[in-house]
Write a protein that binds this ligand. Sequence first.
Ligand code: AMP
Length: 367
Amino acid sequence: MRSLAGSRALDRPLIRTMASARRQAAETIPSTPIRVLRTVDAVRKWRKPQYLDHRIVGLVPTMGALHEGHLSLIRAAARETHHVVVSIYVNPAQFGIKEDLASYPVTWETDCKILRELDRELADDGGNLGRISAVFAPTTSEMYPSGFPGQEVDSKGSFVVMTPISDVLEGGTRPTFFRGVATICMKLFNIVQPEKVYFGQKDVQQTVLIRKMVKDFMLPTEVIVGPTSREPDGLALSSRNVYLGERRRKVAPVLNRALQAAEAQYLNGAVDRESILKAANAVAVDTLNEQMTLAPEEGVKYEIDYISLADPSTMEELTEVDPKNGGIMSGAVKMLPVESPQPGEDLGHSGGPSVRLIDNIVLQPST
Ligand code: AMP
């Protein structure tokens, strides 16, 4: 039989191993209580006691490169839920094969700093129900346990496919985008099991898709949509704005101005498609014509991908707005790389590739 002293000696390394395992499992963002969870298993272990304690969990899905738009959603989640989970994951399935996955800004250290500052702000604000409890930052092999199915339109794999909403507008230009979004959001909802999920109005078609997914697949979560955060000149905040560089940044608010012109028509009583869209197209085309008159080292060129007037609950095009329902004015423009870049010119992240900007304005129903 082993002596007691011998057994204690054997137990000691075991205790140390368990303690260091616990330390490892409790990775946090430095100087905060925010847990960093990297696996599905770790989220499930964290989540379980929240059920037993009847705590409400809110999820804010992001692809990182956090900005004020993301923070406004996290603030909303902290007001209404006990535990906010922010997911940071650049999902390759929602990028087309020719899109900017390789250069998409990944800013983990800065994101942690931003979350640390926000956590302090939330702690000082007595009006909140909760705080940021965890960041879920998984790898692709964690999110696609059977292997990543690929980015091609005809990739085979386990996808959530929703039609026809995935085929129009953003989906018209980016045929795999909404398949990727619906699939990753379904996975995130299944992992985190949030009572509430928070999305930004900036990506309006995405909000309609997610609401429909929750409805059609009977997901036990509530979808909350927060307003679009903007720069003072109206440009919608986006992680992709870093690609613009100074010259294109100055012209980028054109999309918002075009949508505002359409909204003004509606507020003046116009309900027919032609009058409303004409106002938006005029701003977009006139601004482009002005840019064309400039020297190549000054001008900016862009392509108008679409300007749409759609039904708020289906995103189907409208010929006339029913003021009882209102409508969604949305658009996408592709800012082309600048011509004749000047020595020392700020071209933007990754040398200033083409940047697709999207935006929308809700034509509010009359009460
Ligand atoms: P992303 O990281 O771009 O996938 O965005 C994550 C979430 O933040 C989505 O729900 C977006 O709609 C939302 N979001 C992005 N930009 C903005 C913005 N300017 N204002 C409000 N929400 C935004």
